[in-house]
Design a protein around this ligand. Structure first.
Ligand code: SF4
Length: 120
């Protein structure tokens, strides 16, 4: 593996870990929980990390964008997006209010890196 690939993979794993930690701390701070389907949590966190790799910002992965750079600059859909910050609305089901029918029954706000990797 060449030097550029090594750097890219290191950056990718650093961003994945950063997004995992962000998701855990943000769920705790907002009193929200992860989804009962752990593969959804894993895929959304991974996709946020991919967007951070590719665009420099954790742009919401559950939307289509016509103007990617403009979206990053506006920050509206940078996670946590404005609907989440204002109304606790996460259409990606990464952050759910505990009463949500899709909320994990264990009401978990934690996810391990190995769980993310196993569920991709
Ligand atoms: S809907 Fe908002 S809070 Fe949920 S993953 Fe997308 S950007 Fe993050």
């Amino acid at each position: 593996m060449d030097q550029n690939n090594l750097k890219f993979n290191k950056k990718k794993s650093e961003n994945l870990e950063a997004m995992r930690k962000f998701a855990e701390s943000y769920a705790k701070r907002t009193n929200t929980v992860f989804c009962s389907d752990v593969s959804i949590t894993a895929c959304v966190i991974n996709a946020l990390a991919e967007n951070k790799n590719n665009y420099g910002s954790p742009l919401c992965p559950c939307r289509q964008y016509d103007e990617l750079i403009a979206e990053v600059d506006s920050a509206y859909w940078n996670c946590p997006c404005v609907p989440m910050r204002e109304r606790k609305e996460c259409h990606c089901t990464l952050f759910l209010v505990p009463e949500d029918e899709f909320a994990a029954t264990s009401q978990t706000q934690t996810i391990e890196l190995k769980t993310i990797l196993k569920n991709l």
